[in-house]
Design a protein around this ligand. Sequence first.
Ligand code: SF4
Ligand code: NI
Ligand code: NI
Length: 725
Amino acid sequence: KIICSAAIRGAYQIVDKADKKLTEAIEQKGRDCKVEFPNTAYYLPIIYAMTGIPVKTLEDCVHIIGMARSMLPPLPAEKHWVPYLGHTLDAGMATLFAEEVYEVCKYLIGPPPVDGIWLGAADDIIMRERGIEFVDGTAPGFAAIVGCAPDADTAVKIARELQEKNLYVFMQSDNLGISFAEQLEEKGVQMGWDTRLVPFGKETSAAVYSLGFANRAALSFGNVPPGEARRNLLYNKNRIFAFVLALGTAVTDEQYANAAGAINYGFPTITNIDIPEILPTGVCTYEHVVSRVPVDKIVDRCIEVRGLKISIHKVDIPVAYGPAFEGERIRKDDMQIEIGGPGVPAFEFVCTKEADEVEDGKIQVIGPDLDDMPQGPGVSIGIVAEVTGRKMQPDFEPIFERQMHRFLGEAQGIFHMGQRDIIRHRISKDAFKAGLRLKHIGKIIHAKFHGEFGAIIDKVQVTLYTKKEDVEGKLKEVRAAFAERDARLGDMTDDSVNLFYSCTLCQSFAPSHVCIVTPERSGLCGSVSWLDGKAGYEINPTGPNQPIEKRKVIDDRLGQWDGTNEFLYSSSNRALEKVSLYSIMTDPMTSCGCFECISAMLPMANGIMVVDRDFTEMTPSGMKFSTMAGTVGGGLQTPGFMGHSKFYLGSKKFISADGGLARVVWMPKALKEELSEQLEKASKEMDLENFLDKIADETVAQTEEEVVEYMQKINHPALSMDPMF
Ligand code: SF4
Ligand code: NI
Ligand code: NI
């Protein structure tokens, strides 16, 4: 009712404002001037997702503003009553289109969207990295906050509550007074993508960065084609748990317009502000577009309204606990102690024991605890977690160890780095003051091991050695165990096992995508090895990791078996029939969106280039990583293109059907350096001499022609190989 008119009024204001900004930009830069958000293949993502129009220039923006205007319903009289939401929804969408134009103009002529605490648009690297958390459920969604809390302490409280519920907090403001993000800053709260507290921008229009993020998730992970507006909206409504939290003293017309924009996606607005009238939606299942709740109930209410099911595993320690705290950094000045670091003996180690050797829940600190230690770096600690269980296998030890990174890092005030005997952890002064002691490290390990690996283990005990001489003594034993473990696992090959494992975790976003994980080919995200798959299946026999029996060989060279093809067919919902595990050219494996690297054929070079997501420049294929990702992802088979893990590059089975590692002609310098050890080893085994030097990088070749020139200069083996196709 009244809100309808306010939203429509707001939409008019915003379209006018964007129009004015656009005119200014054209005056300064000309109509042909290119526009873009930094490093994205999705143009202005809301417009692109909804209409399919790739906005590339200011000229294109003129058309979008025209379109937005035509979507504006007639301006209602003050008390005009609208019986259904249609008009308001259109006004909301027009608002978002106009705001994207407005914000992209700011990138051209200022004021700059990236300023102080404000981060502006997220690029595709961030979107994919964080998007996967929406896929695997680590983050169910986001809260978009506008305005400010009654005071800074309340702001911190709300932020922490949302963090503990694993939600991202996207912040924008109304430019009227202090903002929620500034309140957090005032209290010294760490913000940024790592802590999930993301300050996008100080104007209301920065709402498009939150919604743009959601739209890109639909395009990228959901494989929703650009322009399929309805599918995009439904995808967001069903998959992304999001809502707008409007805090402050008054809701402005512009905010109503944005609320109307958000409700198109099924994202309701919840507010603590006393608003005159509430509007029934008529089109979505929520009671209200905007509903009012007192500030201390607001987070709970948001959760209820959007129907989020949260399972928090309570860990009984004196500091907050949850994934949002994993990215938190502890600076030198803020740390009580630092464990490990260069030259300081320290380790963490998981080992399997007999049932009678482990007393569940026993936690021992042998040596001084924090109270009796000097503050600062150089602390030697050895953490030993001994586990037992009928389904426990020594092969699972490295998986448990790797998870300790997450388990310990999720405690507020513990910063966890490294693994095994190369660790460097910090504990903050604040956590110490709050009562955190070393025994709590044991408590976390105990609780989380039970919570997440309960299907495998029955008992866990943890011992922390805190005297340097003990740590040094234990280190010998521990290192021997690591070496033995590596030798055992290093010998495993695809031929030596009968079972592969599937991973279909990403199907919630890319429905036809299946990763087939083998000892010599890990999942394309790099975080699921064959062992992880095996452990995953033991932990949850009906989960995303299923055993795949290889059965009869169809083609040894390509890596096709009856078993793998049949599995693919049934679990891709019959979208795909065949997959070659070792080829990029013939039925390559599909990709979801979270690959660490993309390989792409360079036809002139008779080889492939490999690029990882940290490399954001142009590649010799004529596309940036972000553009290629759009081609490869979404659960499709695209011969000549393939997403894969970094690990797979060093494998003997890396595109072995197409000639293997010798086909690699270009990769970014940084990636080459990162993987040098692994690549050296692999190339030696394949009798490729000085091969690393033969792979061109961006310092010697930026185009395909330059790659070929370089290849000829150094006589790259791919030149004399069979044609790729
Ligand atoms: Fe997704 Fe594949 Fe990684 Fe599983 S292994 S999480 S399906 S990318
Ligand atoms: Ni538990
Ligand atoms: Ni994925």
